[in-house]
Design a protein around this ligand. Structure first.
Ligand SMILES: Cc1cc2nc3c(=O)[nH]c(=O)nc-3n(C[C@H](O)[C@H](O)[C@H](O)COP(=O)(O)OP(=O)(O)OC[C@H]3O[C@@H](n4cnc5c(N)ncnc54)[C@H](O)[C@@H]3O)c2cc1C
Length: 456
């Protein structure tokens, strides 16, 4: 495995220079590992030290660290001489402490180097005449150097917005420049629940299968977003709909008013991961379809609408099944067709972007990957055998534990983790005095329908 970032071990964003916000932007239950519910005491939007504790405890309990080779940079990955027959890869690495270079042959390679580690720095006419400091958010480690300065932040993605908000606490004046505006979401959603805990639900995401994305976007914008933050009151209302480009998450934009990344796998032999006519040729954002062996793949190389950790974990689980020979990929023809279909659907829906092929909706994507190796829950069977669980799965938040209810490496604790998620979510808000808030699921369901029809 090349890279050992969040997807594989979730070491923490503590080390990420770009991370100005003190906590995650996705709720702890929504991004949880499927066999490891986060502690109830953790904040819903975990702070960095909590994420570090969460993944470190997981790694220690499962004795994972012995599998990691730290201080190792992968320099080159190329097909072995007998690749056509064996499917093997030759990997050259460099020890970053001793500079020693070694080469080994592997049966399979998983690339997990992330896709937001290469800053994209635009240039513009007359840039060299600018006397001030120009920097990318990637190198921004603190805001003290902006004390009493005039700052312009170019770009209104999550990190641009973070930079604007944080620098505004010390700078004389901060301007936020945006080409297309953005939809802004607050962490706290209706009734004080985390926004994604409320929105990422199977029955809400199912609307996308029934209605056009523009109509679903309009519903979300009108009945959810505008109640929180009327974008027309600030000149940031974008032309695109909310489901056409990632919304940005910030809790301060209504009181305080250089980002962008590109992708590359410099160590990988040419012609393995290619972009043709805009399309990045990866089946399900993972497998290069033209290779005769499914022995090299990419993990975490996607832009999900929702938390990235559950799809990343499912990708790892499917990859393990494929590499072990328990699952087969379809024919090249089917894979190319799937890639084309995703790309063309995305083209119609999303604002232009060079990573168009990597955009996925978290809920259908997770279901899709889970069904590749038999861990997608059988809702009909669950409806007949366990209606309480069925209601949680369809109308409750979309939790990763559901992918441990059946199939390879099912987990006995999965049902309980689903049924108790609300308690763990409420705990930091009520400090355990949540009795009476976690109402009967049927009553909650009826309330939700009534609210949807009359108010929302
Ligand atoms: C500011 C910010 C906030 C975010 N907040 C959230 C959030 O709240 N919730 C959420 O779900 N997601 C969030 N994300 C996204 C999340 O961090 C990524 O989806 C996740 O880190 C991807 O994990 P990864 O393991 O695929 O890649 P990474 O975490 O990027 O790890 C890749 C690793 O590979 C290593 N590597 C690269 N090249 C080589 C090489 N040649 N040899 C060896 N090692 C190499 C890198 O050093 C790195 O350690 C956020 C991202 C940012 C930037």
């Amino acid at each position: 495995m090349v890279g050992h970032g969040v997807t594989e071990k979730m070491p923490t964003k503590e080390f990420h220079p770009l991370c100005l916000q003190p906590s995650l932007t996705t709720a702890k239950e929504m991004g949880a590992l499927s066999t490891y519910p986060p502690r109830k005491e953790f904040n819903n939007f975990m702070r960095h030290h909590e994420l570090l504790k969460y993944v470190s405890e997981f790694a220690a309990e499962r004795d994972l660290l012995r599998h990691f080779q730290f201080n190792t940079e992968v320099m080159q990955v190329k097909r072995s001489d007998d690749y056509e027959k064996s499917g093997k890869w030759v990997v050259t690495v460099r020890n970053t402490q001793t500079a020693k270079v070694t080469t080994d042959v592997y049966d399979g390679v998983i690339i997990g180097v992330g896709h937001i580690n290469r800053p994209k720095i635009p240039t513009y006419f007359g840039q060299n005449t600018f006397k001030g400091q120009i920097m990318h958010t990637h190198s921004l480690r603190g805001v003290q150097s902006f004390q009493n300065k005039t700052v312009i932040v170019v770009g209104m993605g999550c990190s641009g917005l973070d930079a604007a908000v944080e620098t505004s606490t010390v700078a004389k004046q901060v301007y936020l420049s945006t080409r297309s505006g953005a939809h802004v979401i607050n962490r706290v959603g209706p009734s004080g629940y985390p926004y994604d805990y409320t929105l990422l639900r199977f029955y809400l995401m199912a609307l996308l299968y029934i209605f056009p994305a523009t109509f679903v976007s309009w519903i979300f914008e009108t009945f959810y977003l505008d109640q929180l933050f009327n974008h027309k009151l600030y000149p940031v209302k974008p032309k695109h709909h909310i489901l056409q480009k990632d919304p940005v998450l910030n809790d301060h934009i209504s009181s305080k008013i250089l980002s962008g990344y590109t992708w590359k796998f410099p160590f990988l032999e040419e012609g393995i991961i290619v972009q043709e006519e805009g399309k990045i040729n990866l089946y399900k954002c993972m497998f290069p379809p033209h290779l005769p062996h499914a022995s090299l793949l990419v993990i975490g190389f996607l832009l999900p609408f929702g938390p990235g950790f559950p799809p990343g974990e499912l990708q790892c689980r499917w990859a393990a099944q494929v590499l072990a020979g328990n699952c087969k990929l379809p024919s090249q023809e089917v894979m190319f067709k799937d890639i084309k279909q995703r790309y063309e659907t995305n083209l119609k829906r999303y604002a232009p972007c060079d990573k168009m092929s990597l955009r996925v909706d978290m809920v259908p994507y997770c279901n899709d990957i889970a069904s590749q190796f038999g861990v997608k829950p059988n809702l009909l069977k669950i409806l007949l055998t366990d209606p309480m669980l069925f209601f949680k799965l369809v109308f409750g938040p979309f939790l990763s534990y559901q992918f441990r209810l059946q199939g390879p490496y099912a987990w006995d604790g999965a049902r309980d983790a689903i049924m108790t998620a609300e308690k763990r979510m409420l705990y930091p808000l009520t400090k355990g005095k949540s009795d009476g808030i976690d109402e009967n699921i049927y009553i909650n369901f009826i309330k939700r329908i009534v609210r949807f029809i009359f108010l929302w």
